[in-house]
Design a protein. Structure first.
Length: 155
């Protein structure tokens, strides 16, 4: 996997990014009863490619995109020590390449980008019952911070 190249996503990557987006939605649907029926989109991918406060990256192996992820600079809460943090999302690896360090390489590149923008903290969300994702993020250095809860009044 040493030949994996991490680069900025471009409009030419859109077809694959849309497939990856559906892969994320498919993976998350069992954990979230609040998701609308298909067709469903999470991201404004063209805007994410253009926006200066978002770094959308792809992992490429042998001219094939095998993974994706982004960091988006967000304002921190007024009471936080830091003024901004980077929110990570769209972490997706093609199933044939999972467990081979693709997400780790993407997170590493996003970390470099964030540091260049004087960001000192990453944040992300993961479903509490998505244990494989939690383990992967913990392996990358993340730790649990806060549990967000919900109550559906019409469930």
């Amino acid at each position: 996997m040493d030949k994996i190249v991490i680069r900025k996503a471009t409009p030419d990557d859109m077809e694959t990014l849309l497939i990856f987006e559906q892969g994320v939605i498919h993976a998350e649907r069992p954990f979230d009863i609040t998701l609308k029926d298909d067709p469903l989109h999470y991201y404004d991918l063209p805007e994410m490619i253009r926006a200066p406060h978002i770094e959308l990256l792809v992992a490429v192996l042998d001219n094939e995109i095998i993974g994706s992820g982004y960091a988006r600079i967000e304002m921190a809460k007024d009471y936080a020590k830091h003024t901004h943090h980077a929110y990570l999302g769209f972490m997706y690896t093609h199933p044939a390449y999972r467990g081979k360090g693709v997400n780790e390489k993407i997170i590493g590149a996003l970390k470099e980008w964030a540091i260049q923008h004087q960001i000192t903290e990453f944040r992300l969300e993961v479903y509490t019952s998505n244990l494989p994702a939690i383990r992967a993020y913990e392996k990358a250095g993340f730790c649990s911070y806060m549990l967000q809860m919900r109550m559906g009044l019409n469930d």
